[in-house]
Design a binder for this molecule. Structure first.
Ligand code: FE2
Length: 352
């Protein structure tokens, strides 16, 4: 006879009943443990944790209801079937309230008892599985949330590092110094904040500044690196770099916000810039801010074909060009920033 892992604890003070129950369960594949009252039943339960208990109600020392309550307190999943006499319907109902799975009225009907036993064990199994599933589910959600946050952070770090590397690579090929784009980014963001640009737009300006000349990838070295002045034909090609840059990045969702600066960074306030010759506030604000930040950096640092001038001279020149090359409001914001702030930005741009 196979036990199939089926176990039952039988608790009854009546030896005859105990033996009958023992025989019924034994012949149906159950491994049985026997106890004569609640207290003894509790000792067996605590020692071996049987999945099913069949217990009488009226017993000396510890009755069935007290036994049931104690078992429930120890194990909310325990499957417990109560045995009651015909006249004990009130007790039977009371036992259901306390948490019995079922009750059987004596004398015991074998089929009824076995069906009740199976149902009680199934319910117990279901409760355990559901709780385990719940725990697994919560753990998975927690893990997935943590993984997602980590991936997002890594992705953002990667984006940032890629953009910085790209900006540096562009500078090295063109201006000859890789700290240039980091400085211009610092100036531009400082000016943007001084002008009250909301934080949610700052990242677009940052990306735009770092990538402003990305279109120069499409300009031949013979023109880009030419030692002397460009011919009119060469200038036409050189001036395509904002358009090339726009096409490069406008299809990348993450970089779309950078398009206004990439495409319009050579526009001038008075409409004499390129590629569209936009005038005044029609030029995107980021591009107007970039124009001041980039010109300032070009003046106070050596470029291949221009010598650095003093901070004061650069300030005066930018002030002079307000209303022609530059947006007067951006120039005003620029002039409100103390020199020490710009010095700090350029010092930090040299750090790795
Ligand atoms: Fe440019």
């Amino acid at each position: 006879m196979s036990t199939n892992g089926k176990r039952v604890l039988i608790v009854d003070d009546d030896r005859q009943v105990r033996d009958v129950l023992h025989e019924i369960f034994l012949s149906n594949g159950y491994k049985c443990q026997l106890a004569t009252d609640g207290r003894e039943g509790l000792e067996v339960f605590q020692a071996t944790r049987p999945p099913l208990i069949v217990t009488d109600v009226k017993m000396p020392v510890m009755d069935g209801l007290e036994f049931l309550r104690t078992v429930r307190g120890l194990d909310p999943d325990a499957a417990v079937i109560m045995l009651t006499g015909v006249g004990d319907l009130k007790i039977a109902i009371e036992s259901l309230k306390v948490g019995a799975d079922d009750f059987i009225i004596k004398p015991v009907n074998v089929d009824e008892l076995l069906i009740a036993a199976e149902r009680a064990v199934e319910r117990r199994q279901l409760l355990i599985e559901r709780r385990e599933y719940q725990i697994t589910l919560e753990r998975r959600v927690e893990e997935a949330t943590r993984d997602l946050a980590l991936t997002l952070r890594e992705l953002q770090d990667t984006y940032r590092a890629t953009l910085e590397a790209l900006g540096s690579a562009l500078d090295t090929r063109d201006v000859g110094t890789e700290a240039h784009s980091r400085r211009v980014r610092g100036y531009a963001l400082t000016i943007a904040r001084a002008q009250g640009v909301p934080e949610r737009d700052i990242k677009d300006i940052e990306h735009g500044v770092l990538l402003h000349d990305i279109g120069k990838i499409g300009i031949p070295d013979a023109i880009l690196l030419k030692p002397g002045p460009l011919t009119p034909e060469e200038w036409i090609i050189m001036r395509t770099h904002p358009e090339v840059g726009r096409r490069l990045i406008e299809r990348i969702p993450f970089l779309r916000g950078a398009v206004p600066i990439v495409y319009h960074h050579h526009e001038k306030w008075d409409g004499t810039g390129y590629p569209l010759g936009l005038r005044g506030e029609v030029i995107p604000l980021g591009a107007r801010i970039f124009a001041v930040a980039d010109a300032f950096d070009a003046m106070i640092f050596d470029r291949p074909y221009s010598k650095a001038v003093s901070y004061e001279a650069a300030r005066k020149e930018i002030q002079r060009c307000a209303g022609t090359h530059f947006d007067p409001a951006v120039v005003e914001a620029f002039l409100s920033i103390p020199e020490t702030v710009f010095e700090e930005i350029s010092r930090r741009s040299l750090e790795p």
